[in-house]
Design a protein around this ligand. Sequence first.
Ligand SMILES: Nc1ncnc2c1ncn2[C@@H]1O[C@H](COP(=O)(O)OP(=O)(O)OP(=O)(O)O)[C@@H](O)[C@H]1O
Length: 940
Amino acid sequence: MKNDGFHIGQRWLSNTETELGLGAIVSVDFRTVEILFPATGEIRRYAKNEAPLTRLTYAVGDRITHTEEWQATVTAVTEKQGVLVYEAIREDTKESVTITEALLSPLVQLNEPEQRLFNNQLDLPKWFELRLQSLEHDYAYQQSSTIGLAGARIELIPHQLHIAAEVGKRYAPRVLLSDEVGLGKTIEAALIIHQQLQTARSQRVLIVVPDSLVHQWLVEMLRRVNLHFSVFDESRCAAAFEEGSNPFDDEQLVLCSLDFLVQHPKHHQQAMDSQWDMLVVDEAHHLGWSEAEPSTEYLRIEALAKVIPAVLLLTATPDQLGHQSHFARLRLLDPARFVDYESFLAEEASYAKVAEIVTPLLEEAPLTTEHIAALRALAPELLIEANDLDTEIKRLELAHKMIDLHGTGRILFRNRRASIEGFPARALNPHALNLPAEYSAIVDGADLSDKLFPERHPSVAEAWVDFDPRVEWLIEFLGNIKPAKVLLICASATTAQQLAEVLRTKTGIRHSVFHEGMSIVDRDKAAHYFADPETGAQVLLCSEIGSEGRNFQFAHHLILFDLPLTPDLLEQRIGRLDRIGQTRDVQIHVPYLTGSAQHVLLDWYHQGLDAFRHTCPTGSGVFEEVSEALLTACHSPADTHLSEQLIAMSQQVNTTLKKQLDEGRDRLLELNASGIGKVDSLLEDMVALDTSIALPKFMSRVFDAIGIHQEEKGHDCFILTPTESMVNHLPGFDHEGMTVTYRRRIATTLEHVHFLTWDHPLVHSAIELVLTEVLGKSSVGFVADTTQPAGIYWLEALYVLECSAPKALQVGRYLPPTPLRICMDAKGQPTDAQFDDVRPTGKKIAQQLVGALKPQLEKHISQATTLAHSQANKVLQGALVTMRESMTEQAERLRSLQQRNPAVRDEEIEFIDLQRAALEKALTSADVRLDALRIVVNNP
Ligand SMILES: Nc1ncnc2c1ncn2[C@@H]1O[C@H](COP(=O)(O)OP(=O)(O)OP(=O)(O)O)[C@@H](O)[C@H]1O
């Protein structure tokens, strides 16, 4: 619209102070114009011929906002005495209205790049780069193999990364993480949760752990992956229950104890009623099950697992409560795959055969006709064709399918120490002591518990500490070994407390206790006191609850004051010290009373299973086979013949079971986990990210642009503080100042330092800030290219291909917001020119340039938009292909399973088909939006 001068009532924008909003002319005289900016209440007076103002005019189809804050769409524009009058349709009431420009809202902000460009709302050219880089980095991040993994404050340990990457990228993963004790299941779970959250595959996570591990999990989640979980217990839930609201609905990330859910059915129901994406259960061996008598623990978790799509169960000793319970947990994870215990046992018996058939698929040698026949016979439902085997990738895929359908499934992950290097050794130090006469009558009785733990018999309730030689041995041992830290584990809380009392009254040894009779807070205080390297306790006296999950690897001496009856529990106890992070050999001390039932156990573990010096993965299997002989030997410890028989039998069973495991289950797990080169490339990506300077460089520009001062502090650390010109509130930024590092090594040693990675919330909010600001949507800048004529110009147009869909569809896994940069030269030809150092031009020159080039620029923008659409179409087609492949694979797996198992319901397959249709619809509705424009002029 033609502008024939200033008139009262017209609306103008300031070119220099865009934050003033839309101004209204309040007076005009011969030489000056006065303008009021109602949004800020400020008045400016300018010389008419150089006023830095741009008239805001709308065209038919534009959306305008009235001072009363309703919106309308313009249908016609007329002018009366220099003031524009808009005919429009109100969006809310659909009425036709007439609005003079004086009634436009002063809070107008021009969002569209073209609108801003041609209304002189120009920003510094660096903001265009920041927008482009933010979009590009975010896109690369969404597509990266390291998403959710790179930002964890951990050492890069391959077996953990492999599992985390494999599981974390799945949609609603349901798996059993079953690494041997202390290999990092908690860390793996943290990585998976983090990855699922970062990719928006999950948003609400419920973690359930034993009482004694609540605090440790809370701290690990925060420390390792920056996730703040809320601890739920009776006190937190009771009040809300009274009010009738569901407290679980208030938080996204909740941590509670299994005991809490078992003790409080009403809170369990509340947890059931809240909608979770992921359930994590640690020490899942507590979920005991048998056909006749499933435990309450099992039933509570089973109920949750039925309504929560993703489930992670963690246990190092899946057979601890028997093999049936292990089966039940697998069935809980994948009811379609694991149908009944009998067929599971039969299937397990044929694992070795499956492994034998699958192995050649993973090798380069050609398959024989016998092999192909064997494959077909084993898996007739897969209808294997010769061309299913003609490339390495197809063979690998088939191998995994076979393992999934006929082997351990895709849901069981187990890393073994045997295949991981670098663990220190374990040494057994048995300390033989005489059986005191005071125990004679007790151990001669019929009760096995009395024989194993005579000190717990009521007749010696208080007195045993005075005559049991283990007590004196303990005092002497602690004195000799001082100041080395010692963890002592015994079966009962009373024993631990009584030993503590002796240490308190008879010695000056600093000690602490850890047992189920203490509150969670007191237990954590005790563990903390033990961990303190300077002034802490020398010894921590634990009941059995100290044998699970806790991290005590800073100590190198473990006293087993008594021995548990099952090998898995022994392994859990030793695992407190023998775990990742242990720097020395673990010394296991067993003070035992000669000729007692404990003596039998010691010999059995040591000679029958070699379970002290090495992890014994077959322990529970041997126990099931020889338990009768073991109990008989414990009942008659004096009969050395019984013990010898027991040991010989155990050795034999152990050898057989080990062979079966090696050839069967473990071989399959190994084949499944091998991933062939997968983890190597992931590790390379992680190391490349760790050493890349892209993030520090980008963040330093972002901090600079948004007004955060970054000062180098030494040790690869920086201090961030706000400057006076900080443009906006940045979520996650501490205005008191914060210390950050980009180095993993620093982050894993200095806990107070924030580890800035592409995963870090501060990096995300900085990117979001850049992209939600209008800054940078239009700009003009100079480059100095002496090889090109002066005055030549380019138009850079930045588009984003994006699609909106319900969050639950997680459409971002196929099509994250995708930036498309199109550059046009002055002749209207697309070019791949890139500009590194674009300088500001000064506002006035920029406006003149835009004014002069407007007709050409409009043409270039329309050409660029056509190009962007065609590029976007290619990207979209790629996304559709990937989505269809992945959905087809999921549906096919269920169809294959359905042929063997009628428990797979048609609805499950239909659900996948429905999802595919919804994704198809969402993806095809993806559209391209213009995000920013920059004019670059050569001015050498
Ligand atoms: N990648 C890692 N970087 C640094 N520390 C690690 C890493 N992995 C594990 N750890 C540390 O090693 C110890 C054992 O790890 P974690 O607790 O995850 O093992 P776990 O398998 O869950 O143990 P358990 O079988 O006893 O439950 C912990 O102290 C943990 O913090």
